[in-house]
Design a binder for this molecule. Structure first.
Ligand code: PDD
Length: 289
């Protein structure tokens, strides 16, 4: 049955049987990290890249990863298999662990690892990709370490809720007029054939999909500027698209909120969508053989 097995420490067990401690720092402080990996044809996509980022996030927060990475990856694969996920996602979370509530953390605590895997309909993703999505421009109210994939997502979830209230599928956030990223995606604009996206600083999460798109740009000799751009540039862009594990490369057709604009799905976006799909095909066929 769907989503019936979960990861708890180094065990794959029946869902519903995980003991959750009220003093887990993940619950008390959002003190933990996570990764979302997409599964295509039963294979995790960009698996190494996601685990590299997981390790980086752990280092930045002084979190101890309790197993070696090959073991961790193996457990993640087992979670996918046990849940019969062919196309879907796998979520891995690690909190600092359990301790009497105190802002001060001790180093080298026993981390708590949990995870789940579930199927996702590729049709709904395909629909957004062919039709494009509406976005809502809003202030980026988050902290200054958005490079860490931490469980602290209040700013992100508030932005997403606000966007949804205006019938938009994603929020595009800005700091003092400089576009940073989506609530759960990175943002690219195209102007006169050049791609622009916020540099991978502390103000954004350096998305794995973003990095793949940048590699594709290099291969296609599409000029790229990893430079911040303003909301005015966003408004005047020829094309806008967002990238994420769960949305791949999705065109933006509408901007609402502080600035309003309508965009066409352009040839650059379509080209990147096509090449991203090729990367997926390549990875699933390589892993199969
Ligand atoms: N979110 N920026 C933010 C704030 C994100 O949360 C995400 C991904 C991205 C894109 O990163 P990637 O390409 O590695 O998925 C950028 C995931 C999908 C989530 O939280 O569900």
């Amino acid at each position: 049955m769907e989503n019936s097995y979960v990861l708890y420490h180094d065990q794959i067990i029946k869902n519903g049987s995980i003991p959750v401690d009220v003093e887990d720092r993940g619950y008390l402080f959002g003190d933990g990290i996570y990764e979302v990996v997409f599964v295509y044809d039963s294979k995790p996509f960009a698996f190494d890249e996601h685990f590299d980022r997981f390790v980086q996030s752990a280092k930045k927060l002084e979190l101890a990863i309790p197993y070696d990475i090959p073991t961790f990856k193996h457990l993640t694969e087992e979670l996918i298999t046990k849940n019969n996920v062919v196309n879907g996602m796998v979520y891995i979370q690690m909190t600092r662990g359990v301790a009497p509530r105190n802002h001060l953390y001790e180093r080298n605590m026993q981390s708590v690892v949990t995870g789940f895997a579930k199927s996702v309909s590729l049709d709904s993703i395909a629909q957004s990709q062919s039709k494009g999505i509406q976005t809502y421009l809003t202030k980026d109210i988050r902290w200054l370490r958005c490079d860490i994939k931490s469980l602290n997502l209040l700013g992100n979830v508030m932005a997403k809720r606000e966007a949804a209230d205006f019938d938009c599928q994603e929020a595009i956030q800005h700091r003092d007029g400089v576009v940073t990223e989506g609530s759960s995606s990175n943002v690219f604009i195209v102007k006169d054939g050049t791609l622009k996206t916020h540099p991978a600083t502390n103000l954004i999460l350096n998305g794995i999909t973003r990095q793949i798109v940048l590699k594709i740009a290099e291969q296609l000799h599409v000029p790229v500027l990893e430079e911040s751009f303003t909301v005015d540039e966003l408004k005047e862009a020829d094309e806008v698209f967002i990238t994420s594990t769960t949305m791949e490369v999705t065109p933006v057709v509408k901007l609402k909120g502080e600035q309003e604009q309508t965009y066409k799905i352009g040839p650059v976006t379509t080209e990147f969508q096509k090449h991203f799909k090729k990367q997926i095909e390549k990875s699933t066929s390589t892993l199969k053989s």
